[in-house]
Write a new protein. Structure first.
Length: 312
């Protein structure tokens, strides 16, 4: 359990608006929705940076790469191809910066497709793993220190795959991203979509203690425009296992969290069996729900929100 806890405040940490309502979501997170700008946020104001770093240590420590099993590896490869297809609609090469490198699969795929790649990663363990596994330069640290460390390098493409929702100040983050882009350069952003249909369930997979902000198309686009980033593409994706995961977590409640936590250590025999049964079930459920998932994505109600924008 974290030593630093979210604070029960009713002031929007994005725009300063004082009219905030309780968001249904996951009850224990006590999320707020600003009635002025519409953003949904974790009510955390004091010690935000310390809270973020504590979450990083708790959830993205040395065992993070070890938890990437064959199922996760297949998903990462599929996701990398999807992002590259999107990027190739606007650009075919140039200098690319991946903020928050994760498993490193995307960074490697981008390098192999012709981009001159670099990454930045807060976790020292993850940064070291990706450098060794893929021989791609990865700077360990935070974006506020990155420009000086790289002698004010500029980029043609910046990718932030599920990063912005972790940031204590998304506006400042986007300002730094814009400053790192060449004129006409593009940024690819993926975040959880609070407007998705699964977000009505308390077990939605994006309801996590390490997510400080929850965006929708209506709240993300104004942030980009304010930093001189003109929208080229806005769409939502509904992942193969989105509904299965949300329903399973909602039904199992605390039991699911215990199973998930146990995977950070070496799993027992029954835990491995249970995890494999869940993974096979995801495949079957995802196939059956394809028509629903397709309609959901077209209606901008998919659980992942994607935006590609260009610096003017």
């Amino acid at each position: 359990m974290s030593a630093i806890q979210p604070l029960a405040i009713d002031v929007c940490t994005m725009c300063g608006g004082e009219a905030c309502s309780h968001e249904a979501g996951r009850p224990d997170l006590a999320l707020r929705r600003c009635q002025l700008c519409g953003i949904v946020f974790l009510p955390l104001l004091s010690g935000a940076r310390e809270y973020v770093r504590q979450m990083e240590a708790e959830f993205f420590s040395e065992d993070f790469t070890a938890r990437h099993n064959r199922w996760q590896a297949l998903f990462d490869q599929w996701k990398a191809r999807q992002i590259l297809r999107r990027l190739h609609r606007f650009v075919r090469g140039g200098r690319l910066l991946d903020i928050g490198v994760g498993s490193g699969v995307f960074l490697n795929a981008a390098r192999l497709s012709g981009f001159d790649c670099m990454g930045i990663e807060a976790s020292a363990h993850i940064a070291d793993h990706v450098r060794q596994a893929y021989k791609v330069p990865v700077v360990q640290g935070y974006l506020e220190d990155f420009s000086c460390a790289t002698h004010h390098a500029k980029f043609d493409v910046i990718v932030m795959n599920h990063v912005l929702e972790h940031m204590p100040d998304p506006k400042a983050m986007l300002h730094r991203v814009s400053a790192l882009l060449n004129k006409g350069g593009i940024v690819h952003i993926s975040v959880p979509n609070i407007a998705s249909w699964e977000a009505s369930l308390p077990g939605w997979t994006s309801y996590e203690r390490y997510h400080l902000y929850y965006f929708s198309p209506a709240t993300l686009l104004p942030l980009l425009e304010n930093e001189g980033l003109r929208s080229l593409l806005v769409e939502t994706e509904e992942p193969f296992s989105g509904w299965f995961n949300a329903l399973t977590r909602t039904i199992m409640g605390v039991s699911y969290q215990k199973l998930r936590t146990s995977r950070r250590s070496k799993p027992t025999g029954w835990q491995s069996v249970a995890a494999n049964v869940l993974n096979v079930s995801r495949v079957g459920f995802g196939t059956i729900t394809w028509p629903l998932r397709h309609i959901q994505a077209l209606a901008n109600r998919g659980e992942e929100l994607v935006s590609v924008a260009a610096k003017e």
